[in-house]
Write a protein that binds this ligand. Structure first.
Ligand code: FPP
Length: 242
C-alpha cells in the first residue's frame, strides 16, 4: 500500500505542536473497557505520535497529560495516570534519549510521589543536551496557575512594574526558552482550551478532529500538518507578508 504521507506536500511545518490528548475515556467506553484501558491505549499512541513528529521535522512538542484540575477525578484514575507517567519513563527513556529527544516538564512536581519526581528529574537531566525534538510533558499543569506563579516570582524578585513586558512574562513561564506553539491539536472534537497554554497559545492555529486520541495516528498528524500548511497566519495584520 502506498504511504499516504507525502512530506513534500507540507510547504511549512510548525516548529512547535501542542496536543490536548482528549477522548481516552470515550474510546474505552465505546469498547466496553475501563477508562484506564483508554489511557493505556493513549500512552501507546503517544509513542507513535512522538516518532511521527520526529519524522515530520517538528522541533517542539507539548503534550497535555494531566491538568491541575485532573486531581479531582476518581482516585483510581488519578493513580493510574501517575503510574502510566512512571511507565512511560521506565519503558521509553532510553530509546527517546537515543533518538535525540529532550524531555522537559511543565507544571508542578509537588503532588508527585518522591519516586516519580526522581524519575522525571533524571529524564530531564539525562536528555538536556538533546535537540532533535524538545518534548514538554505538561503534567500537573494549568495555564492560569502558571500565570499566577509567574506574577508571584516577578514580585518576589522585585521587578519594577514598568519593566514587565510580554517578553519578560514569557521568560517567567514554565515554557521559558520554548517558542510559542504554532499549532494546537485537540482530539475528540471538544471546542475548548481547557486551561492549556493560555498565555503561549495567543496566536496558535487550532486543529480539532473528532478522532479520539488513541486513534490519532501518524496519518492523522499528517492531515493536521497539511491543514496547518494551508493557514494564512496574519498575527493581527492584514497580510501574512511582513
Ligand atoms: C483526556 O481524556 C486525557 C487525559 C486526561 C490524560 C491523557 C493521558 C495520556 C494520553 C496517557 C498518559 C501520558 C503520559 C505522559 C503519562 P479523557 O479521559 O478526558 O477522555 P474523555 O473526555 O473521553 O473522558
Amino acid at each position: 500500500m502506498t504511504d499516504p504521507v507525502n512530506l513534500e506536500s507540507l510547504t511549512k511545518i510548525p516548529t512547535h505542536v501542542a496536543i490536548i490528548m482528549d477522548g481516552n475515556g470515550r474510546w474505552a467506553n465505546a469498547r466496553g473497557l475501563p477508562r484506564l484501558a483508554g489511557h493505556r491505549a493513549g500512552t501507546e499512541n503517544l509513542r507513535r505520535v512522538i516518532r511521527a513528529c520526529v519524522e515530520f521535522g517538528v522541533r517542539y512538542m507539548t503534550i497535555y497529560a494531566f491538568s491541575t484540575e485532573n486531581w479531582s477525578r476518581p482516585k483510581d484514575e488519578v493513580d493510574g495516570l501517575l503510574m502510566l507517567m512512571e511507565n512511560v519513563i521506565d519503558n521509553e527513556l532510553e530509546e527517546l534519549n537515543g533518538e535525540g529527544v529532550q524531555i522537559r516538564h511543565i507544571g508542578h512536581m509537588d503532588g508527585f510521589a518522591p519516586g516519580l519526581r526522581a524519575k522525571v528529574e533524571h529524564s530531564i537531566e539525562l536528555t538536556k543536551n538533546n535537540d532533535r525534538l524538545i518534548l514538554c510533558l505538561a503534567f500537573n499543569y494549568g495555564g492560569r496557575d502558571e500565570i499566577v506563579c509567574a506574577i508571584r516570582n516577578m514580585i518576589r524578585e522585585g521587578i519594577p512594574a514598568d519593566d514587565v513586558t510580554q517578553e519578560l512574562v514569557s521568560q517567567y513561564m514554565f515554557t521559558a526558552g520554548v517558542p510559542d506553539p504554532d499549532l494546537i491539536i485537540r482530539t475528540s472534537g471538544e471546542l475548548r482550551i481547557s486551561n492549556f497554554l493560555i498565555w503561549q497559545g495567543a496566536y496558535a492555529e487550532w486543529y480539532v478532529t473528532p478522532t479520539y486520541w488513541p486513534d490519532f495516528d501518524r496519518e492523522e498528524l499528517y492531515k493536521a500538518l497539511q491543514a496547518y500548511a494551508q493557514r494564512d497566519r496574519r498575527f493581527g495584520r492584514v497580510s501574512s507578508e511582513p
